[in-house]
Design a protein around this ligand. Structure first.
Ligand code: SAM
Length: 277
């Protein structure tokens, strides 16, 4: 619920403190933002029109895949590296990983699930009673106050390094999940997916380089036995869905054997912000 985290947020227009007044979020200077019936608020400043965000079909596919438990080892590793009590998940998707982190941290844990997608925001609002669901663009200033977050999560999602550093408390953690080139490799070609760029880990290191230092790392590597429906869901929930039609995904999945063994291979890293000496 937004009331659990409203003190962490600030106004996207004037950066003033926010409060909840019935079905509206309102700042000191009177800027107002409607709370949707499903419990999320949009704090988008300006237009994010040209950016991709997940559709209803993508979010539903993600809910089925995460609900199957196939990615639980990823959630567990993320939860293990999370410092409480306040967690911000940027590009939170369905809120699944964030909810599991809150459960692991304990009863004083609370979280902000931020996503650009309305369908995602609806799912995030349902994910846990102490999660507040916010629509915002990860590439702009995040609608959060300075030095308020113990852990920022970035799970297959956009990384705005300067904003992550701004919102983290001193000594706070950035937990990043990145796929290795082996991730889903068996279905990349038959499903027409975008493969993982082998230079990705190096690129991520370079982007985080000056601002953050890696302090922990967990490798998650296991084999998932997938039926055709789950293969189609895994493709639909990812960036490949932006260039493949629903029919194309179904047709390609139909051509696969009844089940396929597919690698789940990611690195979960914890970084600490470098503070000026
Ligand atoms: C690949 S999904 C990962 C979702 C979630 N972290 C998970 O692992 O289940 C990427 C997510 O980032 C969101 N996203 C993409 N661009 C964004 C942006 N500019 N600002 C905020 N969220 C964004 C998408 O809507 C989507 O939910």
């Amino acid at each position: 619920m937004l009331s659990a985290i409203i003190d962490l947020l600030d106004c996207p227009v004037c950066q003033g403190d926010l409060d909840i007044d019935e079905s509206t979020v309102i700042c000191d200077r009177g800027h107002t933002f409607d709370i949707a019936r499903q419990g999320y608020v949009s704090l988008l400043s300006g237009s994010a029109g040209k950016l991709h965000s997940d559709s209803v079909a993508m979010v539903s596919a993600r809910e089925r895949v995460l609900g199957s438990g196939l990615y639980d080892p990823i959630s567990d590793a993320v939860a293990e590296l999370t410092l409480g009590p306040v967690t911000l998940d940027v590009g939170a998707g369905t809120g699944h990983h964030l909810a599991r982190c809150l459960a692991a941290v304990g009863p004083d844990a609370r979280g902000v699930g931020l996503d650009l997608s309305k369908a995602g925001a609806r799912a995030i609002a349902r994910a846990h009673p102490r999660i507040g669901s916010v629509i915002a663009d990860a590439w702009q200033r995040l609608p959060l106050r300075d030095d308020t977050v113990d852990t920022v999560l970035s799970v297959f999602a956009p990384r705005n390094v300067a904003e992550f550093a701004r919102v983290l408390v001193p000594g706070g953690a950035l937990v990043v999940v990145t796929p290795t080139p082996r991730h889903l490799a068996e279905i990349v070609e038959p499903m027409g997916m975008i493969g993982v760029d082998p230079a990705k880990p190096e690129r991520i290191g370079n982007t985080l380089g000056a601002a953050f230092t890696r302090t922990e790392r967990i490798s998650v590597d296991h084999t998932m036995t997938l039926d055709r429906a789950l293969v189609a869901d895994i493709v639909t929930m990812g960036p490949s869905a932006y260039h493949l039609s629903e029919n194309e995904i179904t047709d390609r999945a139909e051509a696969l054997p009844d089940t396929v063994d597919v690698a789940c291979s990611v690195t979960v890293s914890r970084y600490e912000a470098n503070r000026p000496a």
